[in-house]
Design a protein around this ligand. Structure first.
Ligand code: SF4
Length: 433
C-alpha cells in the first residue's frame, strides 16, 4: 500500500447530520492536519427525488447500510423543492446532482443541500458556473466537478477535440479521451480559480476501468483537490463489481482517491455494502459489524453450506455490531486452518456442525440447528466483549488433538475405507491446553 496522496480537504454536512471530511488530514490535538481522513463511501438514490416520502425512506436505508454521503438527482424544479423537506428529515449529508440547468444548483443550495455536483460537459457557460460558485461560496458548501467520459464534451465537437488534443497523450491507449478530460477540467477549474473558490472535489469516471485508472492517475499528478473515484455505467452487480473493484482497488492501493462510489444497475444498498467491503479489505476503514469468512466448498462438503452462509450473512448484518470474525467452514479437514483467527467458527460435516468460540468447543449439533446456535454464540460473544470479559481476536482456532473428524462421524472410518483423504498430520481442532 502506498501512502495516501495529500489533498486539500472539503467538508460535507452540518451539525445535525455530522460533518464528513473528504481528503486532507484529520485535525490532530493541536488542530493541525494529521492522519489522512478515511476514504468516504457515497451512493446515489435510484428513485425520484420529488417523491418525498419514498426518497427519505431510500436515503435512510442507504445511511443505515453505512453510506457516509448520499446524492440525489434534481432534474426538475419539483426535485429541488422536495429537498426542503428531505434534507431536515434525514441524518446523512446530501449532494445534489445537477446537469443542464444551473438554476437547479442554485435552488438546491437554497434548499440547504450540503454539496453540489456539476458536469462541465453540460453546464459550461462561465456566467452560469459563476452563479453556482457564488451561491456555494455564500452557503459554505463544496462542489464536485465530474468530468465523466460520456458527457465531457458536446457530441458535435467531440471527434474534433479528440483529434486536436490526442497528441498530448499520444503514447497512451486512451490518449485522445484523456486529453479531452484533462483539458476540460483545466478549463473549468480556471473559472473556479478566478472566483477564488477551491472548495472542490473532482471525479473523472469512465465505463472503461483502464481509462478511469489512467484518468485519475493523471489528474492526481496535476491537482491537489480530493478525488471522487468511480467507474460509471458499470452494469449489474454481478459484472459491475469486478469492473469497479478492478479500477478502484488499484487506485486506492496507490494512494489515489478520497471518496468512492460504486455504481450498479441495481439496489444502491449493494453499492454501499461493496464500497465498504472494499475499504475494509484494503484496511482503509475500521470494520463495522461482523466479518464473515466462508469456505468455497469442495467434494468434502456434507451440509448445504451455500444456504447456511447466506442466512448467516443476513442475520449477522442485523444482529452483530462489533467486528467479530465469524467462520463458516464446510469440513474439519482444511477448515480450521482457513478459519484461523476467527472468534466464532462452525465446522460442518456429516449433517452436523461443531461450533468453536475463540478456540473452545461449545457445541456439536445437527445441521438444522447450526444457524440458530451459531448466531446465539455470536450474540453471547458480543455481549461478553461489551462487558470487557473477552477481547476480539484474542485466541485462534488452533489445529490440535483430539479428532473432530471422528466426532462428526465422518473421520477415521472413512479414511480407513479410503473414502476421504487423510490429513498430512494429525489434524483436528480445539484448545491447545
Ligand atoms: S473447508 Fe473443507 S469443504 Fe470447505 S473448501 Fe476447505 S476442504 Fe473443502
Amino acid at each position: 500500500m502506498n501512502p495516501r496522496q495529500k489533498t486539500r480537504p472539503i467538508f460535507v454536512g452540518d451539525k445535525r447530520t455530522g460533518i464528513v471530511q473528504i481528503g486532507g488530514g484529520l485535525a490532530d490535538s493541536k488542530g493541525q492536519p494529521g492522519e489522512p481522513a478515511p476514504v468516504v463511501v457515497q451512493t446515489m438514490t435510484a428513485g425520484y427525488t420529488h417523491e418525498i416520502d419514498r426518497c427519505i425512506t431510500e436515503i435512510n436505508r442507504l445511511a443505515a447500510a453505512g453510506a457516509h454521503v448520499v446524492r440525489v438527482a434534481v432534474p426538475e424544479r419539483k426535485d429541488t423543492e422536495a429537498l426542503k423537506e428531505i434534507i431536515p428529515a434525514v441524518g446523512v449529508p446530501i449532494v445534489a446532482d445537477v446537469h443542464f440547468h444551473f438554476k437547479r444548483a442554485i435552488e438546491a443550495v437554497e434548499a440547504g443541500v450540503h454539496k453540489i455536483r456539476l458536469n462541465p460537459g453540460n453546464i459550461s457557460d462561465g456566467g452560469q458556473v459563476n452563479a453556482v460558485i457564488d451561491a456555494c461560496k455564500d452557503a459554505g458548501i463544496p462542489i464536485r466537478i465530474g468530468v465523466n467520459e460520456g458527457s465531457i464534451v458536446e457530441r458535435k465537437d467531440k471527434q474534433q477535440r479528440m483529434k486536436e488534443l490526442g497528441h498530448v497523450f499520444s503514447e497512451h491507449k486512451h490518449g485522445a479521451m484523456l486529453s479531452i478530460m484533462i483539458a476540460k477540467l483545466e478549463e473549468y477549474l480556471d473559472i473556479f480559480a478566478q472566483r477564488d473558490f477551491f472548495d472542490i472535489c473532482i471525479s473523472a469516471k469512465s465505463m472503461d476501468a483502464t481509462l478511469a485508472i489512467d484518468a485519475y492517475a493523471e489528474i492526481s499528478k496535476r491537482f491537489d483537490h480530493p478525488l471522487h473515484l468511480g467507474v460509471t455505467h458499470a452494469g449489474p452487480r454481478e459484472t459491475g463489481a469486478i469492473r469497479s473493484i478492478a479500477a478502484l482497488s488499484g487506485l486506492l492501493v496507490n494512494g489515489i482517491g478520497d471518496t468512492i462510489r460504486i455504481s450498479y444497475a441495481s439496489d444502491p444498498v449493494f453499492e454501499v455494502e461493496d464500497g465498504l467491503e472494499l475499504l475494509y479489505s484494503l484496511g482503509m476503514r475500521e470494520r463495522v459489524g461482523a466479518e464473515l469468512i466462508a469456505c468455497p466448498t469442495c467434494g468434502r462438503i456434507q451440509v448445504d453450506l451455500f444456504t447456511l452462509v447466506q442466512e448467516v450473512r443476513e442475520k449477522l448484518q442485523s444482529q452483530i455490531q462489533l467486528p467479530i470474525k465469524v467462520a463458516v467452514m464446510g469440513c474439519v479437514v482444511n477448515g480450521p486452518g482457513e478459519a484461523e483467527g476467527a472468534d466464532v467458527a462452525v465446522f460442518a460435516g456429516n449433517k452436523r456442525g461443531i461450533i468453536y468460540v475463540q478456540g473452545e468447543k461449545v457445541a456439536n449439533i445437527p445441521e438444522e440447528e447450526i444457524l440458530e446456535r451459531l448466531l446465539s454464540e455470536c450474540e453471547t460473544f458480543q455481549d461478553r466483549v461489551n462487558r470487557g470479559e473477552v477481547k476480539l481476536g484474542e485466541k485462534k482456532v488452533d489445529i490440535i488433538p483430539p479428532d473432530p473428524i471422528g466426532e462428526l462421524g465422518s473421520g477415521f472410518d472413512k479414511i480407513a475405507a479410503g473414502d476421504v483423504e487423510p490429513a498430512p498430520t494429525e489434524v483436528t481442532i480445539g484448545k491447545t491446553s
